[in-house]
Design a binder for this molecule. Structure first.
Ligand code: ADP
Ligand code: MG
Length: 526
């Protein structure tokens, strides 16, 4: 296993990595860092989302940049403003003691603010293509002397229609620059760009699947059916930047949940099989651009959608089977950063959860839902820190003026309270949440009584039945209880999990015909 020390990084950067808690380089980092540091060839790097591509170019570029340079040294292009911010943050957090200034430049942010920081002198600009072109046209950004150009998430830039802008930027930048292109996938269009606009380059790729450092924290909440929606709202509200998929079982459920969310003021939409291709793409695009941060989907509709960097996957309803559970939750969690998978379980569904947990060989932890008090406390903290951030990033004159006007003749605390009410309405009011009823903790040690559609007349004996079950679900004999072989049918009691395995087995194998083993009708626990 390669370590960061083997890659040729400086002491200072190694220390920073240690502080950040990066223990070892990801496979793409192992490949690209030495090549970029060597300082010769351009690089095309391919690895799936969440594999640390930012540091794969960020670390060596930080090493190569000079301090006290009077012009922009590196430009990183990203498809979205969120990525621009994220990448700028990551690069900033990696630069250690080196005095480099890294700024995100993106559409939607005030141009004045950007002008100010550009004027102050910037070493690394991380920006979206459109806004970069704006600045180039205004001559407020000059790329004539840059040493490095990075195209980050190149396939996304292609998908989002930025390719002409990207080409334009590549052409207008210093012809002596080194170019690095990073992408999760490599469609031919991208390889063509590399071919045409890059100098001698090396392609460094990592096979899909070989590299998931991603982790998912798996939690379940016990909640009654009628409280699921309220529980969902609380979970979303607890999170500063919720970006998640909510899975429902049916189209109707997906629509209903999405509509309720929208009614409560969330940016949500539903994705299900009844949508036309173009509606589907529109919704997906909004989600990818984070115009909506909650997508409520059915399993079928979510199949094949290519978003991985989710903070949350929520199983509003339990998935059909362990495979779809694994598939659903695989969409959250990025290298190093934990994603969270949350499953709502009603008391009736508890056994099914146990079965999923067992078959998927995965650990799902029980937690209790956040209390309204806590949700509101967190929201208030967030508002406070947002306000502080706005203050430290510079206030606009006309707002300052208005603020003085508002305060003259009024008590500041009252005026501020009025402003908060105006801005947040009932959002910080405990009454805007409904109570969630505690559901009974479910018995995990119980048994399921099963009905077997064969009896003595079929030659079945207790011994044969026990052996059959032992064989089918890999269970110790002591756990098989209540064996009763009657003339035409039989009964047996198994622990929940094994019973689910067996029931599922017979459901699958006997299509159309009445299954050999079913749940016994009278009383489940005996
Ligand atoms: P990509 O661009 O490939 O989708 P990112 O660069 O956004 O991936 O990285 C995903 C996450 O992994 C980030 O939170 C980043 O901080 C973290 N990360 C990157 N490299 C490492 C590493 N070597 N060890 C642990 N975490 C890492
Ligand atoms: Mg990336």
């Amino acid at each position: 296993m390669e370590s960061f020390e083997d890659l040729g990084l400086s002491e200072d950067v190694l220390k920073t990595l240690k502080r950040k808690g990066y223990e070892e380089p990801t496979p793409i980092q192992v490949k690209t860092i030495p090549v970029i540091l060597a300082g010769k060839k351009d690089v095309v790097g391919q690895a799936q989302t969440g594999t640390g591509k930012t540091a794969a170019f960020g670390l060596p570029i930080i090493e190569l940049l000079q301090e006290n340079v009077k012009h922009v040294q590196a430009l990183v292009l990203t498809p979205t403003r969120e990525l621009a911010i994220q990448v700028a943050e990551e690069v900033n957090s990696l630069k250690g003691k080196k005095r480099l200034s890294v700024v995100p430049i993106y559409g939607g942010q005030s141009i004045d603010m950007q002008l100010r920081s550009l004027k102050k002198g910037v070493d690394v600009v991380v920006g979206t293509p459109g806004r970069i072109i704006d600045h180039l046209n205004r001559r407020t950004l000059k790329l004539g002397a840059i040493s490095y150009l990075v195209l980050d998430e190149a396939d996304e830039m292609l998908n989002m229609g930025f390719i002409d802008e990207v080409k334009e930027i590549m052409e207008s930048a210093n012809p002596e620059k080194r170019t690095m292109l990073f992408s999760a996938t490599m469609p031919t269009e991208i390889m063509r760009i590399a071919e045409k606009y890059m100098r001698a380059y090396e392609v460094l790729g990592v096979q899909k699947g070989a590299l998931t450092v991603s982790q998912t924290d798996q939690i379940y909440f016990e909640v009654s059916l009628s409280d699921k929606f309220e529980a969902l709202c609380r979970i979303i509200d607890m999170e500063a930047a919720f970006y998640g998929l909510v899975f429902c079982r049916t189209k109707i459920d997906a629509e209903t949940v999405a509509n309720h969310l929208i009614d409560r003021g969330y940016d949500a939409d539903a994705l299900h099989g009844d949508l036309s291709q173009s509606q589907r793409e529109k919704i997906l695009n909004k989600f990818k651009k984070r115009q909506i941060n909650i997508l409520v989907a059915t399993d079928v509709a979510a199949r094949g959608i290519d978003v991985h960097d989710l903070t949350h996957v929520i199983n509003f309803a339990l998935p059909q089977d362990p495979e779809s559970y694994v598939h659903r939750i695989g969409r959250t969690g990025r290298a190093g950063k934990e994603g969270t998978a949350i499953t709502f379980v009603t008391p009736e569904e508890y056994r099914k959860l146990q079965y999923i947990r067992k078959s998927a060989k995965t650990d799902i932890r029980r937690e209790t839902l956040p209390k309204v008090k806590d949700v509101i406390r967190i929201k208030k903290q967030r508002i406070k820190s947002d306000l502080e951030e706005i203050m430290s990033s510079g206030l606009q004159d006309n707002y300052l003026e208005m603020s003085r006007e508002l305060l003259s003749g009024n008590f500041p605390d009252e005026m501020l309270a009025a402003l908060l009410q105006y801005a947040f309405h009932e959002e910080l009011d405990e009454k805007s949440y409904t109570e969630i009823e505690d559901v009974k903790t479910v018995d995990t040690t119980g048994k399921t009584r099963l009905f077997v559609a064969k009896g003595k007349k079929d030659g079945l004996t207790p011994r044969k039945l026990v052996d059959f079950i032992k064989d089918k679900c890999n269970i110790r004999e002591e756990k098989i209880k209540g064996v009763q072989v009657l003339e035409k049918f039989s009964f047996v009691a198994l622990p929940f999990q094994e019973a689910e395995v067996l029931l599922n087995h017979f459901k699958k194998n006997k299509k159309g015909r009445w299954p050999l083993i079913t749940r016994a009708k009278e009383g489940r626990k005996k």
